[in-house]
Write a protein that binds this ligand. Structure first.
Ligand code: GAR
Length: 216
């Protein structure tokens, strides 16, 4: 199977980007990152990309009159790289329905909660306040519903006595770095397909919560 072309969108540290870069370098993903695009010039992920010899672009959303204009320009830039897969890795922008539809079935996001719980921001604090016995992270296909697309894989952690938002964030991050490269590897190997009725893995429907990843 030919190597898939991946474009990664970031806004910040890019530790998930790094996990994918490392996984490609280790030969675990049959793909290569064609470009990393950030909406923030100071995103550390840009340095990570440059260090790995990956093409980078900064597109500052504040330079565009509105969300649609930014998303149109972003789409044009992305499409210049002819990606098979677009990966949102801490890209902190809400995307327009047109943009999302354009990449239907080839747009991934990672979210720091066990979706459908805690869509949006401050997920670790909200998991604590809700008294959730477990928390975690999710990789999902992106659809027009914010943090609402079909789930590919989830990794749970127990919420322990004494946990605060920061300790949860740290433990969730470790698992993000495992499940995101895994999902990208499956996609690049042609094992995942988004259909009208949900996600197929090797042609078989995944449960609504996707795979449940555990370290054991
Ligand atoms: C990650 O925790 C990711 O789950 C989250 O942003 C962080 C980015 O970290 N994404 C969202 O909250 C999207 N709604 P990173 O830049 O170190 O990969």
């Amino acid at each position: 199977m030919s190597e898939k072309r991946i474009v990664v969108l970031i806004s910040g540290s890019g530790s998930n980007l790094q996990a994918i870069i490392d996984s490609i370098a280790a030969g675990s993903i049959a793909g290569r990152i064609a470009a990393v695009i950030s909406n923030r010039a100071d995103a550390y992920g840009l340095t990570r990309a440059s260090n790995a010899g990956i093409d980078t672009q900064v597109m500052d959303h504040k330079q565009y009159p509105d969300r649609a204009a930014f998303d149109n320009a972003l789409q044009e830039t992305i499409d210049g790289y002819q990606p098979d897969l677009v990966v949102l890795a801490g890209f902190m922008r809400i995307l327009t329905p047109d943009f999302v539809r354009h990449y239907a079935g080839r747009l991934f996001n990672i979210h720091p909660s066990l979706l459908p719980l805690h869509k949006g921001l401050h997920t670790h604090q909200r998991a604590l306040e809700a008294g959730d016995p477990e928390h975690g992270c999710t990789v999902h296909f992106v659809t027009e519903e914010l943090d609402g697309g079909p789930l590919v894989v989830q990794a749970p952690i127990p919420v322990l006595p004494g946990d605060d938002a920061e300790s949860l964030q740290q433990r969730v991050h470790i698992l993000e770095h495992k499940i995101y490269p895994l999902a990208v590897a499956w996609f690049c190997a042609g094992r995942l397909e988004l259909t009208a009725t949900g996600v197929l893995f090797d042609g078989t429907p995944l449960p609504a919560n996707g795979f449940r990843y555990t370290d054991e």
